[in-house]
Write a protein that binds this ligand. Structure first.
Ligand code: NAD
Ligand code: MG
Length: 385
């Protein structure tokens, strides 16, 4: 039996993880499920899998969760610290699927347990990559990348000898606006931006896919996860999302991982690792797909990708500022306050206005994140006014 905890159990990745666990419940002992405040969904999942504990990050949701789980024997807790405590319960395997900066402390808490951490939360590596990788090494934790691109690279890395790898090539679908001109992009609505052509995901990451900031964040994650330099990381637009990423070796061999675009494939890889497990995911029908297309990314139409690459190259606090400003801008866009193209403008402006020294601890990362949010928020107000 494997003990598991799911942080962010009510989201897109969390729900897919539960789907896999519920297909073979006898194999798993679910220690904790956490969510922000989706009490109904969290309580229902906790009952179904017989979790020992359910936690909401929002303290005002405590009583509703306690009511929903009354008589179940499932322990209830609330607040951000309670989420970290749940992450520290020592599960053999923890899915880190909280969205945004709220995921950082829980990820660090899980890594300190020294077990396997399946990492979906991108922001941990983007904002605090050095801190997280260092914590994993110090505590002997295994980071299992869940993002489909990094999971693909992980699967293709037959050897981690840096000298053998020549390039890592991340594939990008190009999002729903791959063929739009900049002028056409100005009028894009939140509804259009969250409708991804290939993947079903949470709202924030769907907007990031539409701006291609998602691919930029993934470049930064890849830099921390794998033994390559910034120059060895490339992006190729591949609209079918069949090849999830590739590793090129010095002898010219390129290994790719393919599969239908279903997050349950990389999640299952991380859940069963180092073995494999069955999934109900659709098998690839290559004859039906017929062809695979590739094109170079257009940095002029997707300035977020360029900003992310520059932040990665500059290092230090730049990726944390990029990420924080992007979260603020995307939230404002989703609320209808700013235009689609203003997302990149706000991120660029925040990076121009703020250049603190490199953070060495998670608290320093969070302080930089907080300041960048204030600056980005000021710029959002200017846009709305
Ligand atoms: P989502 O919005 O569907 O779910 C987010 C989860 O986090 C929910 O359970 C929510 O309750 C919880 N949460 C939100 N705010 C919180 C807070 N302040 N404190 C504690 N918990 C909070 O997001 P998602 O699409 O499942 O993505 C989760 C993470 O995985 C993100 O970092 C995303 O970038 C990454 N990711 C997602 C996908 C995907 O296919 N959805 C793919 C790759 C990576
Ligand atoms: Mg991805």
């Amino acid at each position: 039996m494997k003990s598991v905890t799911i942080l962010g159990a009510t989201g897109s990745v969390g729900t897919s993880t539960l789907d896999l666990i519920e297909r073979d419940p006898a194999r798993y002992d679910v220690l904790a499920l956490t969510a922000n405040c989706d009490v109904e969904r969290l309580a229902a999942a906790a009952r179904r899998v017989g979790a020992r504990m359910a936690v909401v990050a929002d303290p005002s949701c405590h009583d509703a969760l306690a009511d929903a789980l009354a008589g179940s024997g499932i322990a209830v807790a609330a607040g951000p610290d309670a989420v970290c405590d749940a992450a520290r319960m020592g599960a053999d395997w923890t899915m880190a699927a909280i969205v945004g900066t709220a995921g950082l402390k829980p990820v660090l808490a899980a890594l300190e347990g020294g077990k396997a951490v399946a990492l979906a939360n991108k922001e941990s590596l983007v904002s605090a990559g050095d801190v997280m990788i260092d914590a994993a090494a110090r505590h002997g934790a295994t980071l299992l990348p869940v993002d489909s691109e990094h999971n693909a690279v992980f699967q293709c890395l037959e050897e981690r000898n840096a000298a053998s790898i020549s390039r890592i090539i991340l594939t990008a679908s190009g999002g729903p606006f791959r063929e739009r001109t900049l002028a056409e992009m100005q009028a894009i609505t939140p509804e259009q931006a969250v409708a991804h052509p290939n993947w079903s995901m949470g709202a924030k990451i769907s907007v990031d896919s539409a701006t291609m900031m998602n691919k930029g964040l993934e470049l930064i994650e890849a830099f921390h996860l794998f033994p390559v330099s910034v120059e060895q990381l490339e992006v190729i637009v591949h609209r079918q999302s069949v090849i999830h990423s590739m590793v090129e070796y010095v002898d010219g061999s390129v290994l790719a991982q393919l599969g239908s675009p279903d997050m349950r494939v990389p999640i299952a890889h991380a859940l069963a690792w180092p073995q494999r497990m069955e999934t109900p995911c659709q098998r690839l029908d290559l004859a039906a797909i017929g062809r695979l297309d590739f094109e170079a990314p257009d940095y002029a139409r997707f300035p977020c990708l360029k900003l992310a690459r520059e932040a990665l190259a500059a290092g230090g606090a730049r990726p944390a500022i990029l990420n924080a400003a992007n979260e603020v801008a995307v939230a404002a866009f989703l609320k209808g306050g700013i235009g689609f193209l203003e997302i990149a403008a706000i991120v660029a402006d925040t990076l121009n206005r703020y250049d603190p020294p490199a953070p060495a601890t998670l608290d320093q990362v969070l302080a930089i994140d907080a300041e960048a949010r204030i600056l980005a928020g000021e710029r959002v107000k200017d846009c709305v006014a």
